[in-house]
Design a protein around this ligand. Sequence first.
Ligand code: ADP
Ligand code: TRP
Length: 333
Amino acid sequence: MEIVVSGTRPTGILHLGNYYGAVRNYVRLGDDPNVRGYFFIADYHSLTTHNNPEELKLLVKQTIATYLACGLDPEKVVIYVQSDVPEIPELYLLLNMLAYKGELEKVATFKEKIKIHNENINAGLLTYPVLMAADIIVHRAHKVPVGKDQEQHLEMTRNFAKRFNSRYDIDFFPEPIAYNFGDELVKVPGLDGSTKMSKTGGETNAIFLNEEPDAILKKIKRAKTDAGPSEPNSEKPQEIQNLFALMQIVSKPDTVSFYDQAWNTCTIRYGDMKKQLAEDMITYLTPIREKINELIRDEAYLGRIVKRGGEAARESAQKTVSEVRKIMGINYF
Ligand code: ADP
Ligand code: TRP
C-alpha cells in the first residue's frame, strides 16, 4: 500500500488554487485502491498566524465540507483534524531535537511570513516545517500532493526523515515526495497580477470555491490587464499570462487557442476573453459550490466524518510513535 498524506490550513475558504494545485490530487490519489490516503485540516498550523477562536471553528467546518464537496470520499480515505491526533505534536517535539535553528531560519515561507507578521514572530512559525514533517511521517507517507509553494517544506521533511534514520541507524521513515499527476507541481496565479492565488492575498486575488456566479463575474471583470499587445507574437505580461493560465484550467483547449491566436495577431478583446473565462469558471465551480452549501448545513454529519477519521488517523500515528519511542530509547520499564 502506498501511503499518501496532505493537509490544508483552515485560514480561509479554499480557492481555485487550493483545488487545482492540491485537493484535486487528493481526490485522484484517494480513488486509487492501492493508496491509503490521510487528508487533514492543519488547524495547529493556522495558529502560527491566526488566532480568532470563532473564526477557526467556522473555517474548520467549512474546510471539511469543502474536502467532501471536491469529491474526497470518507469511505476511501481518512479525513481528520490535526489536533485530534495528539501523536502529531508528540512526534513534532521529538523531531524538534533534530531540527537546527539555522536551517529553519533559511526557509523561504518563514522569511516571507515574518515580513508580513513582524509583530508576532513566534516559535511556532519558525518550527512550522517541523510540525509539517511530523504530520507527514507520522503515517510513514510516501507521497504528499501539494502545490509548488510547498516544495521546500517537503525537502525539509525528507531531511528530517533521513536525519532520524541516520541518527538511529535504522531504515524507518520513507522519504516522502511532493506529488502532482502532471510532471510539475502547480502554482495557480491570482487575479491581481500576482503569481500565486492565495487565501490571504485579499479579495481581488482569489476565486473561492463557494463564490456565487455574479461575484465570480465581477471579480474576473476587474482582473488586472494591460493596454493590449502592440506587436504580433509579443511576450505576454504577467497579468495576461495569468488570465491565460486560469483559462487553461477551466476552459476548453479550443477556447484557449482562440484567444492565444487573438493575442498573437493583436486582435484580442479583453472584455470578451474575461466574459468567456467567467462563464467557464462558473461552469467549472458550480457543482462544488452547490455541494459545499448543502454539506455545511449538516454539522452533525461533518462531525461524524472527522470523529471516525481522527480515530483511524490515531491508530496509524500511534503505531509510528510507539516505534519511534522504542528506537529513541524512550521505553524504560
Ligand atoms: P494558501 O496558500 O492559499 O493559504 P494553503 O497554504 O493552506 O493555502 O495551501 C493548501 C494547499 O493548496 C497546499 O498544498 C498548497 O500548495 C496549495 N496551494 C495553495 N495556493 C495554491 C496555488 N495558488 N496554486 C497551486 N496550489 C496552491
Ligand atoms: N504547509 C501546508 C500549506 O501551507 C499545509 C500543511 C500542513 C501540509 N501540514 C501538511 C501539507 C502536511 C501537506 C502535508 O499549505
